[in-house]
Design a binder for this molecule. Structure first.
Ligand SMILES: *[C@@H]1O[C@H](CO)[C@@H](O)[C@H](O)[C@H]1NC(C)=O
Length: 250
């Protein structure tokens, strides 16, 4: 009996040691992190961000605890006051924001203005020049105006799969005012930024079978959205984005 007890406690000790070498051990050795993410709502951009967050966390062993950010205005303050260490929440990279937080290379998506019309066809328009002399709608009444035929298309954020009313994005027109999005860390936290950057490069490598391509397919394209041109450029050359980020914050 005593021998059996001793064997059991030895086994327990071995299991504890094994688990300490696993998740717990990694957290203790490398330090855990807190990540700011969208509060839970089923929208494509939020699902995409959650998938990116989970994969970065896994690849970089960041042992992240999720801190929901109900208000996106909190992203910068939460980084500054240490409530979170990194943020993945449709964070557009702008020169003003880059003075307050550090954005991680390579950035992973872009947003801009796009046209949405019934069956993705805005009276045959194929470019922004084609809009000249036509009525466009934006803001709350937009979908109604388009469906009543009083406007040919609605202008919306490109990361919207559909603004409603059966409208879908018109293909082939470049985004207007495209803004890169990025993961942000507290200003000066280069150690964390470097780990996240390495994970993102990994996720952008492999073309159509890369993580980022698969997430875009799953959360946007399969729902009827157009593929994002800047993401396509990133996947074609994952190293190219340092210069593009430089331009975004110049
Ligand atoms: C830090 O900022 C976040 C976001 O604005 C806020 O919710 C939180 O209460 C702040 N914490 C401290 C300690 O100031």
């Amino acid at each position: 009996m005593a021998a059996r007890l001793r064997a059991t406690s030895l086994l327990l000790a071995a299991l504890l040691a094994a688990s300490a070498a696993g998740a717990l051990g990694r957290a203790l050795l490398q330090g855990s992190t807190k990540v700011g993410l969208w509060a839970d709502e089923p929208e494509p951009m939020k699902s995409f961000d959650k998938a990116v967050e989970a994969r970065v966390d896994e690849l970089a062993s960041l042992s992240a605890t999720v801190v929901p950010l109900p208000n996106l205005d909190d992203r910068i303050t939460a980084l500054e006051n240490g409530t979170v260490d990194w943020v993945v929440a449709a964070f557009s990279v702008t020169p003003d924001r880059a003075k307050l937080v550090d954005f991680v290379l390579p950035y992973y998506f872009s947003a801009g203005a796009a046209l949405f019309a019934p069956q993705g066809n805005a009276a045959g328009i194929t470019s922004w020049e084609g809009v000249r002399g036509k009525k466009l709608a934006s803001l709350t009444e937009a979908v109604d105006l388009v469906n009543k035929g009083e406007a040919v298309a609605a202008v919306y954020d490109s990361t919207t799969v559909s603004p409603g009313g059966g409208l879908t994005q018109v293909a082939g027109i470049p985004l207007l005012l495209p803004t890169p999005m990025g993961i942000a860390v507290k200003k000066g936290n280069t150690q964390l930024a470097d780990k996240i950057s390495a994970a993102l490069t990994n996720m952008a490598t492999g073309g159509a079978s890369s993580d980022l391509a698969m997430y875009e397919q799953k959360y946007f394209v399969s729902q009827g959205a157009q593929p994002n041109p800047d993401l396509a450029a990133l996947l074609a050359d994952p190293a190219s984005k340092t210069t593009m980020l430089g331009k975004a914050i110049a």
